[in-house]
Design a protein around this ligand. Structure first.
Ligand code: 9MR
Length: 371
């Protein structure tokens, strides 16, 4: 199937890139038999041992930018639509579902043998204006469950893992009932989590269910409060027998914040006690305060990510390492964190020309080491 949809040139470009990047994925290599000079496939056992790597993907760039498309196919064992499965994209009106962009990503994944993470079903952000009119708890539950049945049902078996709940905790939580303001929290309080998780499990019993959170890794009272609130929230869910398989650490790392080694490792140990997996879901490094000089900046970005990954991997082997984008060509970071010197941000594993940076090597190293 892969070969039907790709030209020989695409294939060779991808294979060459895969070779240059020291890739272990099977995507590009699966077309080998059709061509005279196949790249050497690594032994299956070696490939199996690596932690899968993935990246957030943009449907518009996938359609318009063939080099990006090839790089995604060559590098990722997992992709996650950056916005295409959010409510704003799927639900322009209460009665309408719009699946074209998400479908295009799912097609790309299927043709290239890539797994898909779904992001996200219950979040405060990316909500269409019409949802403000959801007035009562009954109406909120009905809208949330209908949405989940429709979306998760449509992609049943094709989206293997869902960020069912994204960023449930308040920015600085006072306790485990301190939820980030959203239509769901305001109408359903903490009940929206079990409602969403149970509806997802019912719509696709094979899907892995993830609670995804940000700002869990740093030193300081706000981050400590977030870790404590998360542990209490996870225990409450467990006590109520709510289906949940994993916690996603977003890991948007800030160069001016220190990783709290003890705090993060305690959190991971508690997560392990609850028999939940850990995934790294949105790794990148916000580099607006780092030096302008590219070599220095890339080294510091890589070293920050290495420090984080080491801290995690000493306690828990993540089931996936996913960055929030693959290449600096497409990243959310400049939208919020433009550099004061006007230089382009460099938060991701490949640069804007799709060349690997030191961060790429760090991720490869931890994919091997941790596994
Ligand atoms: O990167 C995403 C950006 O393109 C969207 O405009 C934005 C709103 O939908 O969401 C960004 O992704 C966020 C993710 O969904 C949740 N964690 C933080 C991410 C970066 O803001």
């Amino acid at each position: 199937m892969l070969i039907e949809r790709r030209t020989r040139r695409d294939f060779l470009a991808g294979a060459a890139k895969a070779a240059v990047l020291g890739l272990s994925g099977t995507t590009v290599l699966s077309g080998v038999s059709a061509f005279a000079t196949p790249p050497i496939e690594p032994p299956a056992s070696a490939a199996e041992k690596l932690i899968p790597y993935g990246a957030a993907v943009r449907s518009d760039a996938l359609a318009s930018d063939l080099t990006y498309r090839a790089a995604m196919a060559a590098n990722c064992q997992i992709i996650v639509p950056e916005s295409e499965l959010k409510w704003t994209e799927l639900r322009p009106t209460r009665d309408q579902y719009r699946f074209e962009k998400a479908d295009a990503i799912l097609d790309f994944a299927r043709l290239n043998g890539i797994d898909v993470r779904g992001h996200t079903l219950a979040w405060s952000g990316a909500m269409p204006a019409w949802t403000d009119a959801i007035a009562t708890p009954v109406e909120a539950e009905r809208e949330l469950v209908d949405h989940i049945q429709t979306v998760v049902g449509r992609y049943r078996g094709a989206v293997q893992c869902w960020d069912v709940v994204n960023e449930p905790l308040a920015h600085w939580p006072e306790d485990d009932a301190s939820f980030r303001p959203s239509i769901w929290a305001s109408r359903l309080r903490g009940n929206y989590l079990p409602i969403a998780l149970r509806a997802t499990a019912a719509a696709d019993p094979g899907a892995r269910l993830v609670l995804n959170e940000y700002d869990l890794e740093f030193s300081g009272p706000r981050f400590m409060a977030r870790r404590h609130a998360l542990i209490r929230l996870l225990r409450t869910l467990r006590d109520r027998d709510v289906p949940l398989h994993a916690v996603g650490l977003q890991a948007h790392l800030f160069a001016d914040r220190a990783i709290d080694r003890d705090g993060l490792q305690t959190l991971l140990a508690e997560i392990a006690k609850l028999k939940l997996d850990v995934l790294i879901t949105q790794l990148d490094v916000i580099d607006y305060e780092l030096p302008g000089k590219v070599s220095e900046r890339d080294a510091q970005v890589a070293s920050l990510a290495a420090g984080f990954l080491k801290t995690v991997c000493e306690v828990a082997c993540p089931k996936a390492i996913v960055t929030w984008g693959l290449s600096d060509r497409y990243s959310w970071v400049p939208t919020y964190f433009k550099r004061p010197d006007g230089l382009p941000n460099r938060p991701l594993p490949l640069d804007a020309d799709l060349r690997p940076k030191p961060l790429y090597d760090v991720i490869e190293e931890f994919r091997r080491k941790a596994a």
